[in-house]
Design a protein around this ligand. Structure first.
Ligand code: ZN
Length: 309
């Protein structure tokens, strides 16, 4: 290359070389960094869907804490390559929404009916189970929310349910209630008890399997650091339920109509105490609901486990 040609290269091609050697790789590196940052942030927030439901504007809620997403639970428990061999994803799960729109159960400390809590949690649970491959899961009362308890047991059988899970929210006996002012109304509340509880019926045709599923669920709730309430075992009128597993909060309640008459394993979950002012707030938080849902999902995965071929 002669001299004038060298000058030409330095003058006109040097900026292009600089761009190729430094700016372009720098630009790509920044792009990759921003992608990975946004992915990281998304995975840490657990990809929560919009709040929706009954309480978005009803309560001043504290900023939710960062918690582990149930999105992690499925792959943690069962890597994809084992799923088809080791799990019965055809399990038919009947999810019962406790109570009816008219006979709506207990009232929360802020005057919201238990039925609304039950319906919201049951719907979110169903959505999650469908997403995770339990396509046969269904809401027992989807077409008839006012369905009676015996009819529910019959309906679960008609739809070939392998397992029935009834969703409820809890209360306490009258002597534990006080009153407070909430938004200009005087409402009863009880802050004495908090936590979930599980019930099965010894008169259920599959009582042993019912207890087995209750233990799995109790175990998973504990593993997510949720604590049971033991107040249903107190020796007073309206309680006095035999506590089969104190650690997991599992009670035997033989004459619960739905559990007793269901012909498949059946368990009732009291997700939390909504007459407790603080716990009601927690139960309204999507992240807390997702912990409960994650526990159910994990318990179902263990229940659906079959010997690997
Ligand atoms: Zn109830």
């Amino acid at each position: 290359m002669n001299k004038p040609a060298e000058i030409f290269v330095k003058k006109y091609q040097a900026p292009q070389l600089f761009w190729c050697r430094w700016l372009l790789p720098l630009f790509i590196a920044l792009l990759l960094l921003s992608f990975s940052m946004s992915w990281l942030m998304q995975s840490q927030t657990g990809r929560l869907p919009s709040h929706g439901g009954l309480t978005r504007n009803a309560y001043a809620q504290p900023e939710p804490q960062q918690i582990s997403s149930p999105g992690q639970s499925f792959s943690t428990y069962f890597p994809a390559d084992r799923l088809s061999r080791c799990l019965n994803m055809e399990l038919v799960i009947a999810i019962d929404v406790g109570h009816t729109p008219k006979a709506s159960g207990v009232k929360s400390a802020r005057g919201i009916s238990e039925y609304q809590f039950n319906l919201r949690l049951a719907k979110r649970l169903l959505k999650r189970l469908h997403k995770q491959g339990f396509h046969q899961a269904f809401l027992l009362t989807a077409n008839n929310p006012g369905m009676g308890l015996l009819e529910r047991a019959f309906q679960a059988k008609r739809q070939h349910a392998d397992l029935l899970l009834s969703i409820h929210h809890d209360s306490a006996q009258l002597q534990y209630f006080s009153q407070w002012q909430y938004r200009g109304r005087t409402l009863p509340y009880s802050d004495h008890f908090k936590g979930h509880s599980l019930f099965f019926s010894g008169k259920n045709a599959k009582a042993e399997q019912s207890l087995h599923f209750a233990r799995l669920l109790g175990d998973e709730l504990l593993s997510l650091e949720l604590s049971p309430t033991l107040h249903h075992a107190e020796a007073i009128k309206g309680e006095n339920r035999p506590l089969v597993d104190r650690e997991k909060g599992i009670y035997q309640f033989d004459n619960l109509i739905l559990l007793k008459n269901a012909e498949m394993p059946a368990v009732l979950l009291e997700a939390g105490v909504i007459v407790n002012r603080e716990e009601e707030m927690k139960l309204n938080q999507p992240q807390y609901q997702y912990l409960l849902i994650a526990a159910v999902e994990r318990a179902l995965l263990r229940f659906a486990h079959v010997p690997c071929q």
